[in-house]
Design a protein around this ligand. Structure first.
Ligand SMILES: *[C@@H]1O[C@H](CO)[C@@H](O)[C@H](O)[C@H]1NC(C)=O
Ligand SMILES: [Zn+2]
Ligand SMILES: [Zn+2]
Length: 421
């Protein structure tokens, strides 16, 4: 009984500890303690979009998570706070904040809008202006579509100035224009005639219609609130994705404090095949042609091989594995014959694809081999004589009447005896 009571008490203590302790900030952002400033930013960008209340209507856990993420970012992105947090944890940060005069705002929506523009709402909230979408093209060799990979590239885009946090002001202080009281327009009275006035609405000349006044413009963006940056972006190419696939990065287009950033769209193109230097660029697969899920290849056979069989070919596929082709002795391959090597086409990929589900069985495509046959055009005279004699002997014995089998609507005159083999 005593023991049970003790256990219950212990459980209560443990439970309350769990409730009180805030989640570790690094954990919230999914980062290691050694994370760089860039990692922290990137984590915030991704997670804040994912858990934004606009995207998770009615989901209280998402909302809490959104606030938590903003809080974690707020601390970890400020070097002094991060140091305090690393050393003294949440309590240390609380103490420090109490000691400070009420600093900048900790509104998570404010923070979000500093990253993505707009009023702190994600791109799906109605009634908010949205910036233009942005399209970039990435050209990849067929191999990348086959094996899949992550690509990294730079996108030049407009971003909200970090230095002034999109205010345009060096001290981040923005005053309301006192001439127009923030409206950006003023009314002016014109006297048309004695005692007769006309009121005209004009753009405020003091703030140029902005409604705001900045004493010290930000030196980084010269007060324009935005800067052009080369932004490193990465995209995951899944095996089997088609050319022309559009990868959408929500709210990653040009940013501005005046709008919610539109989407960055990466369109995948297939590069012209070329013989590269590295071993992986020198496989037969480099020159496969693709149509949907299927791959195509032309293989050349000699007359002897096509007719008499007994040959092998080893095709190196796009990822280096080998596809064996071949015929035993006596197996004939007709010119232009097409062989299907099933399952050796592109891997199956369907997500984000418009697929007819009746046709799509979820399996990989096929590799189609089309055979061409080359005939020898040079023979030594002895060889020519031998072959000629062989033909003469055998066509007379077992030759067929080609005219009879030609399938022509008008029957040609009967041939004299046997013709060809
Ligand atoms: C292809 O590979 C097989 C087995 O690995 C081998 O026996 C054959 O000789 C190879 N054929 C060619 C044309 O290299
Ligand atoms: Zn004004
Ligand atoms: Zn600035």
């Amino acid at each position: 009984m005593q023991l049970l009571r003790l256990l219950v008490a212990l459980a209560v203590v443990l439970f309350s500890v769990v409730v009180i302790a805030a989640e570790d900030y690094y954990k919230v952002l999914g980062l290691a303690k050694s994370a760089s400033e860039k990692d922290i930013k990137r984590a915030y960008r991704t997670l804040s979009k994912k858990y934004h209340p606009d995207k998770n209507p009615g989901d209280d856990t998402a909302r809490e998570k959104f606030v938590e993420i903003a809080d974690a970012y707020d601390v970890l992105s400020t070097s002094t706070l991060r140091k305090i947090y690393d050393q003294y944890g949440h309590d240390g940060v609380e103490q420090h904040r109490k000691g400070q005069a009420a600093g900048g705002s900790h509104d998570p929506f404010d923070l979000f809008s500093r990253f993505f523009g707009g009023g702190g709402h994600s791109g799906h909230a109605p009634g908010h202006r949205r910036g233009p979408d942005m399209e970039v093209r990435a050209s990849l060799p067929l191999r990348d579509f086959y094996t899949g990979r992550e690509i990294n590239f730079l996108v030049e885009k407009q971003q909200i100035c970090d230095s002034c946090e999109g205010t345009g002001s060096k001290d981040r202080h923005v005053e309301t224009c006192d001439r127009c009281a923030g409206r950006g327009v003023v009314l002016q009275k014109h006297m048309l005639a004695p005692g007769m006035f006309q009121q005209v609405q004009m753009q405020c000349d003091r703030c140029h219609g902005q409604g705001k006044k900045i004493k010290n413009p930000c030196p980084v963006c010269a007060g324009s609130r935005v800067v052009k940056n080369q932004v490193e972006t990465s995209a995951v190419i899944e095996p089997g994705m088609g050319k022309g696939t559009r990868l959408v990065f929500e709210n990653e287009a040009d940013e501005s404090p005046d709008w919610i950033a539109g989407d960055l769209i990466v369109i995948l193109d297939e590069k012209e095949a070329e013989l590269g230097r590295s071993a992986e660029e020198r496989t037969d697969g480099t020159f496969f042609r693709r149509k949907g899920k299927d791959l195509f290849w032309k293989e050349t056979l000699s007359l002897r091989e096509a007719w008499m069989g007994d040959w092998t070919r080893n095709l190196t596929h796009l990822d280096g594995h080998v596809v064996h082709l071949g015929r035993r002795r006596g197996e004939v391959v007709q010119p232009l014959a097409v062989e299907t090597v099933s399952g050796e086409g592109m891997p199956h990929y369907s997500e984000g694809h418009l697929h007819d589900h009746h046709e799509d069985d979820g399996s990989a495509g096929n590799l189609y081999i089309e055979y061409t046959v080359v005939l020898p055009d040079q023979m030594e005279s002895g060889m020519e004589k031998d072959f000629h004699a062989l033909w003469e002997k055998w066509r007379k014995k077992i030759g067929v009447d080609l005219a009879k089998d030609s399938g022509r609507p008008v029957a040609p005159p009967p041939a004299e005896g046997k013709d060809e083999l």
